[in-house]
Design a protein around this ligand. Structure first.
Ligand code: GLC
Length: 467
């Protein structure tokens, strides 16, 4: 009753939907912050400092689904039975797997951290877990994949993150629901099938596996749990104890927000994860700006998808990175390696193009964030700002003709240059009057004088060294 009141005034169907979505977080069910989870805002900021600074990471989705090459949810979408799905396990043999090459490409693209699917929803594990047979070491490939992966990325100086799926379509104790592949559709039949499934045992399994992931591969910097939904929230996963274990094993690890803790609880996550979605502004919770990272794909699917043709252009991806940082967020950009174990050409080309841009312009990304309100955003641009060096970056989406008007910037700028070649950009005030001009710039405005020819960068950046 109190739930429907909460959404009074909304159309009935919307109110009902919201009620369903909010059901598990009704007041009275909010778990209080346990003592072990208490942390000051300053301590959290310090723990997350590298991540906030680095801004750009690589997501990697790799598993058996690389073989069908038709989306990582293929087992569910096509209702494939475990017996039929087994052919992918029996043929998993990525002979071209070379994590050093992956790490090189990630680094060259300007990425500073990586998050790999250690286990996705299909339940297949990329490491030699003691707790399952459904793992890489039992496929024709026969070797653990994670160890070499971690070593290769660390050697290139990238921070290491693991994705771990809470959902598991293979585990015999994971309670079936609508998202499970050939689950009985009939509810009564499903309930019957679930009689032998024991989520308590599955919770134990997850804790055992997470323990392996956090004890066998050295320092783990980030964990991405995936995901909670109506019907499976923090209680079903035993998220409180899972997170307690994580914090015990790796106190500094940064953890995402998909363990299903109610948002009102105010604990249980470090950052928000808008997925394949660009927020209109800095993500807020309870009116407060919070750390956030958008995870994005090249083409829509996370796993390798041979016949998907909706690939974003390099320029779109660069703009996506800039836009994310201009709103105070991080970008986790996904690659889905093939079943041979390589990045396909479409992915490598895009990574290279981003790397080309980053080579000259990364100063406008690392350590940067949303610009303070003092700096008005000129037409066709996005702004990023480095609060430590006090430099403002104007990312010019559409190169203008000769001038760029900066309204209200008088006395704010010490020096201006095009970032890619550090060539001076002259600026002046009151330059629009006279001749055939039709307007006069305001007394507080500044005019940047730009070359007519657009600089080489896909998106050129003007660096303002501020007073
Ligand atoms: C979703 C999907 C999954 C993907 C993830 C990435 O939760 O289920 O396939 O791994 O998003 O954030």
């Amino acid at each position: 009753m109190h739930l429907t009141k909460r959404f009074k005034g909304l159309p009935a169907c919307l109110a009902i939907l919201l009620c369903i979505a909010f059901q598990p977080i009704a007041s009275g069910q909010v778990p209080a912050t346990p003592a072990w989870a208490k942390e000051t805002a300053a301590a959290k900021e310090k723990r997350m400092q590298w991540w906030t600074n680095d801004r750009f990471g690589m997501f990697i989705h790799w598993g058996l689904y690389a073989l069908p090459a038709r989306h990582e949810w293929v087992q569910n979408r096509e209702r494939i039975t475990p017996q039929d799905y087994k052919k992918y396990f029996d043929n998993f043999n990525p002979d071209l797997y070379d994590p050093k090459q992956w790490a090189k490409e990630a680094k060259a693209a300007g990425m500073k951290y990586v998050v790999l699917t250690s286990k996705h929803h299909e339940g297949f594990c990329l490491w030699d877990s003691k707790y399952t047979d459904y793992k890489v070491t039992n496929t024709p490939y026969g070797k653990d994949l994670l160890k070499d992966f971690v070593d290769a990325f660390r050697a290139e100086g990238l921070k290491i993150g693991f994705y771990y799926s809470l959902i598991d379509w293979h585990h015999p104790d994971f309670e079936m629901d609508g998202s499970h592949p050939p689950t009985p559709v009939d509810k009564a039949e499903r309930a019957k099938a679930n009689e032998t499934r024991d989520m308590k045992k599955y919770q134990e399994y997850m804790k055992n596996q997470v323990t392996e992931l956090l004890t066998k591969f050295g320092k783990i910097d980030q964990l991405f749990f995936d995901f909670s939904y109506n019907g499976k929230q923090y209680k079903e996963w035993d998220s409180e104890n899972l997170l307690k274990l994580v914090r015990k094993l790796q106190p500094d690890v940064i953890v995402n927000d998909r363990l299903g803790f109610p948002v009102e609880a105010g604990w249980g996550w470090d950052y928000k994860t808008p997925e394949q979605f660009m927020p209109k502004e800095w993500v807020k919770v309870g009116g407060q700006k919070v750390p956030w990272e958008t995870c994005q794909t090249f083409s829509g699917s996370w796993g390798y998808y041979r016949d998907e043709y909706s690939w974003k252009s390099p320029e779109q991806l660069i703009v996506m990175l800039i836009e994310t940082v201009s709103k105070g967020g991080n970008l986790l950009l996904n690659v889905g390696p093939t079943a041979r174990g390589n990045f396909d050409e479409r992915a490598s080309d895009r990574l290279a193009a981003m790397g080309k841009w980053m080579h000259f312009n990364s100063r406008a990304i690392y350590g940067c964030t949303e610009a303070p309100d003092t700096y008005q955003r000129p037409a066709n641009t996005m702004l990023t700002f480095n609060p430590t060096t006090k430099r403002l970056y104007i990312h010019v989406m559409q190169w203008p003709f000769k001038t760029l008007l900066l309204e209200g910037y008088k006395d704010l700028i010490k020096y201006a240059q095009i970032l890619e070649d550090a060539s001076e950009v002259k600026f002046s005030t009151n330059t629009r009057s006279g001749g055939h001009t039709t307007e006069t710039s305001g007394a507080n405005d500044v005019m940047l004088h730009l070359p007519v020819r657009k600089p080489n960068s896909a998106i050129p950046v003007i660096e303002l060294i501020l007073n």
